[in-house]
Design a protein around this ligand. Sequence first.
Ligand SMILES: Cc1cc2nc3c(=O)[nH]c(=O)nc-3n(C[C@H](O)[C@H](O)[C@H](O)COP(=O)(O)O)c2cc1C
Length: 244
Amino acid sequence: MNSQKVAPWKSILSNAMASSNSSKKEPIIGSLATVSSDGAPKVRSVVCRGFVGEDGLVATKSKEILSSNILAFSSHLQSPKISQIKNNPKAEILFWFPKTAQQFRISGVIDIFKFGESSPVLNLINVTDALYSPQNLDSGIDKPSAETENPILFDSQQLCTSSLEAHSEGLKKWFGGPPPGEALGTTSKSTAEKSNLDNIKANFCLLLLNPTRVDYCDLRSSPNKRIIYELNDVNQWRESNVVP
Ligand SMILES: Cc1cc2nc3c(=O)[nH]c(=O)nc-3n(C[C@H](O)[C@H](O)[C@H](O)COP(=O)(O)O)c2cc1C
């Protein structure tokens, strides 16, 4: 049985994100590493959309305010990273925040959520179990959503809809366009420009990263600090201080 709680690293990461973007206008960019079928690492920049349940990532049809430790990224279903994740869902996202001199290496598995599918592509993450109500935690009800009288029911379509809405019109067009990495001119210009909502929804996907290990390095403090957070078999986070 899951006993999901606020991860101990979460407020540190949220504060670092807030400090790096005090105007709330700049996206939070991370470097997402996946593994290709020949075992080679592949890394690219992605925008972090926030934590599922927060940051406009509405995860249920109810109006309840929710949170989770799951990080969300959006992508194009035909981009090479998707087949890499299907082949090997292990991934790591790196965030470096120069203003606060903090680095986070967050690893776990990624699952892929898309329009028209009520379950994730790989079925690796139980989002219903991962969602919690911050209000319940504040009032001391520290139970996973699945155990409460009114369990929170995760709705992946609601999540895809709310997330897509938060994208700029320019970015939406990217989802409706040809596969990233395809040679220019392969798809005819008229087809490439026909990025209607159906095309956009067909290619839009959310990558949800369920963290199981966080390697946090804090260069502000003297001496520098490095903490490894690991989720154990009974879903408890353990932390250890290591040499930076
Ligand atoms: C600043 C920046 C932000 C980006 N954000 C995303 C993103 O959120 N999602 C995404 O799929 N690609 C994003 N890209 C493009 C990727 O870095 C990459 O070029 C593209 O997704 C193809 O990656 P792949 O071949 O590994 O699948 C971004 C690129 C830059 C430079």
